[in-house]
Design a protein around this ligand. Structure first.
Ligand code: HEC
Ligand code: HEC
Length: 241
């Protein structure tokens, strides 16, 4: 390579990288308003952000991945559980989450911050806005609780949400992934459980959990002896897959 070609290569290479860099930067900058949804920043949303800061919610929660890991990520809370849940929860977190103060003893819990109705309304508007920011599904949150089978948005009641979480805990505790793939993790001894609640009807699911051999006489799946209540919870969780 002569000195001249080397110089040309360097020059052309640098220039084309610069051009690509500027074109991509301009493209990113021009799509930011669309992704951030900034046009919909109403007074209520802004007031909600102030309430969020005033009570230092981020001292326990993450929002779009930023914050503390003591409490759940809240980016999608609006589409996941709906405004009715958010309002009821913020009024009395322990009662909504655990059912009673008794049941919450010794558990991780959110304190009752005694928010006013106005503050709760503003926070709800804030969560609705945050929910619409297009972060390309970041951050991933495991217990996405949108109920399947319904095209339209369906808020999950606090009770349903608790049931799903109980079901998920049982599935974790029993180690179903020793044989099944769940959300991409696990073995392939048994079928992947993605969409299983749509493939099988409720009766079969209950039978399968109570006594696998009643569905398939040569089944190798263990008999766990789940109560009806436990099966209900597991099925509520399977519905989210
Ligand atoms: C001291 C820690 C702490 C603070 C501060 C806090 N939270 Fe929480 N929050 C929690 C915990 C823990 C949970 C999980 C439920 C539970 O265990 O009670 C939770 C749950 C929630 C949920 C329900 C999440 C879900 O997945 O269903 C919402 C909504 C919520 N918090 C909103 C807020 C808002 C808004 C603020 C500020 C005004 C706030 N939190 C401040 C600890 C906290
Ligand atoms: C030792 C392996 C093993 C374990 C552990 C296991 N399963 Fe299974 N499971 C299977 C096999 C194999 C099948 C399918 C063939 C059959 O009928 O045995 C199956 C089938 C199923 C089906 C029906 C799937 C379909 O598409 O028809 C469901 C639902 C299910 N299992 C749920 C669970 C749950 C929930 C747990 C944990 C509580 C669990 N399994 C633990 C082996 C296992």
């Amino acid at each position: 390579m002569t000195k001249n070609t080397a110089r040309n290569l360097f020059f052309i290479g640098t220039m084309s990288c610069l051009v690509i860099f500027f074109v991509l930067s301009i493209h990113t900058m021009s799509t930011i308003p669309k992704h951030t949804n900034s046009g919909k920043l109403t007074d209520d949303v802004i007031a909600g952000k102030k309430v969020w800061e005033k009570y230092d919610c981020i001292g326990c929660h993450t929002l779009i991945g930023e914050g503390s890991y003591f409490a759940p990520e809240l980016k999608d809370i609006y589409s996941q559980k709906g405004p009715a849940f958010i309002r009821a929860f913020l009024k009395d977190p322990v009662k909504v989450w655990y059912g009673s103060a008794e049941a919450a003893k010794g558990q991780r819990k959110m304190p009752n911050l005694h928010l006013s109705d106005e503050e709760i309304n503003h926070l709800t508007a804030f969560f609705e806005w945050v929910d619409k920011i297009d972060t390309h599904n970041w951050p991933p949150r495991p217990q996405r609780a949108a109920v399947q089978g319904t095209e339209t948005w369906h808020p999950v009641s606090a009770q349903e949400a608790r049931e799903m979480e109980r079901g998920e805990a049982i599935v974790k505790e029993k180690g179903c992934i020793a044989c099944h793939k769940i959300k991409g993790v696990g073995a392939t001894v048994g079928p992947d459980l993605t969409g299983v609640a749509r493939r099988l009807d409720m009766e079969t699911l209950h039978k399968r959990l109570r006594d696998p051999k009643s569905v398939n006489p040569s089944s190798i799946m263990p008999v766990y002896g789940f109560s009806d209540e436990q099966s209900e919870a597991i099925i509520a969780f399977l519905k989210t897959l």
